[in-house]
Design a protein around this ligand. Structure first.
Ligand SMILES: [Zn+2]
Length: 349
């Protein structure tokens, strides 16, 4: 099967004519087909190269071996239904379809007795799929594993629930399913491991022997958010702090809201288990060129790369270098996300 996508209709037509002019096998059966020889002239060699037809140049002739000559003749419709070479009909057929065909592959399919498939898809990339590498996000992607129900609108925006829905929800209390953390000091059930009202640690109160540790609990979102902002030293909340509609863990234990606020500030999202992830194809790589990964030589030397793979001193970004076992090459987008995550982690600590 040849690479018909790589040539034009006109080039295929020209090739067929040239073959026909020099064909010595008119009327012969397929088993009698021998080498195909065409004078080395014009565009023909280039067309054969792009079609991926193996050939040699001998004494000014392009020579295609017996097997490939057969394939080529079949593909171009030089073989009739009886298995005989019929160049005149092939050319007539090609001329009939040359105007109608949309591609060289279509033309070959119109004239050939056999069905010809597209051989390959051309891909330019060397490794990996950078376009596929991205933050791994839930849909919708939350900043905070904190249940906000329908209070934050479609975006589950906790900031909205806190700031903008004041009138709608009166005294800014939300009712959500959350773990029954109770404050022993003030007696409130606050839904979190510290009391947003008096600041004391709380504990989960299980009802009797009931396994169920959560309930629909009214939370004073005003006090909760105001307290969180104070602890974080914020005068204003990020415009969007995405929570979740509901929690899915068994006891419905929410994250401290501060974590969600900090993620929103640093552009970090969380997965359902509280991790932040970045998806990338694991493309094994053993060697690299500095210019391909966009890292300058000075930086590489600082990282311990002072020789190329042949042991020569590193002086140019064109030298091939063996990647050390402990190192990975991360794409730019991944690196940017990791920096955000690192900033978030620093802020939490
Ligand atoms: Zn309390």
């Amino acid at each position: 099967m040849f690479e018909f996508q790589a040539v034009t209709i006109q080039e295929l037509e020209e090739l067929a004519h040239t073959i026909h002019e020099h064909l010595q096998m008119e009327g012969k059966g397929m088993h009698e087909v021998g080498e195909l020889a065409i004078p080395l002239a014009g565009n023909i060699k280039s067309v054969l190269e792009r079609l991926n037809v193996p050939h040699k140049v001998i004494n000014g002739n392009i020579v295609v071996s017996q097997d490939y000559a057969k394939s080529l003749l079949v593909s171009l419709g030089f073989v009739d239904t009886n298995g005989k070479i019929d160049g005149a009909s092939a050319i007539a057929n090609i001329e009939r379809y040359v105007e109608k065909a949309q591609s060289a592959l279509e033309l070959a399919n119109a004239v050939s007795q056999v069905k010809l498939e597209k051989r390959s898809t051309f891909i330019g990339a060397r490794i990996g799929r950078p376009e596929k590498a991205r933050e791994r996000l839930m849909q919708p992607a939350p900043n905070a594993l904190f249940p906000i129900g329908d209070y934050g609108g479609r975006d589950r925006n906790i900031t909205d629930a806190y700031e903008k829905e004041e009138k709608k929800f009166g005294d800014k209390k939300i009712k959500v399913e959350i773990a029954r953390y109770k404050c022993d000091t003030c007696g409130r059930i606050v839904g979190m491991p510290y009391c947003y009202d008096c600041g004391r640690p709380t504990r989960i109160e299980r009802v009797d022997s009931d396994e169920k540790a959560y309930d629909e609990i009214e939370i004073d979102i005003d006090k909760m958010m105001t307290g969180a902002m104070k602890r974080l030293g914020l005068v204003k909340l990020p415009n969007l702090v995405k929570g979740v509609k509901g929690l899915i863990n068994k006891d419905k234990i929410a994250e401290p809201i501060e974590k969600g606020i900090l993620r929103a500030i640093y552009g970090v999202y969380t997965f359902k288990d509280g991790t932040s992830r970045f998806d990338a194809t694991d493309a094994p790589i053993t060697h690299f060129y500095p210019r391909e990964i966009g890292t300058d030589i000075e930086t590489l030397k600082r990282l311990g790369y002072d020789k190329d793979y042949l042991g020569r001193d590193l002086t140019s970004d064109d030298q091939l270098i063996e990647l050390k076992h402990q190192d990975v090459i991360i794409n730019k987008r991944g690196a940017e996300y990791f920096v955000k995550v690192a900033k978030f982690v620093d802020a939490v600590a």
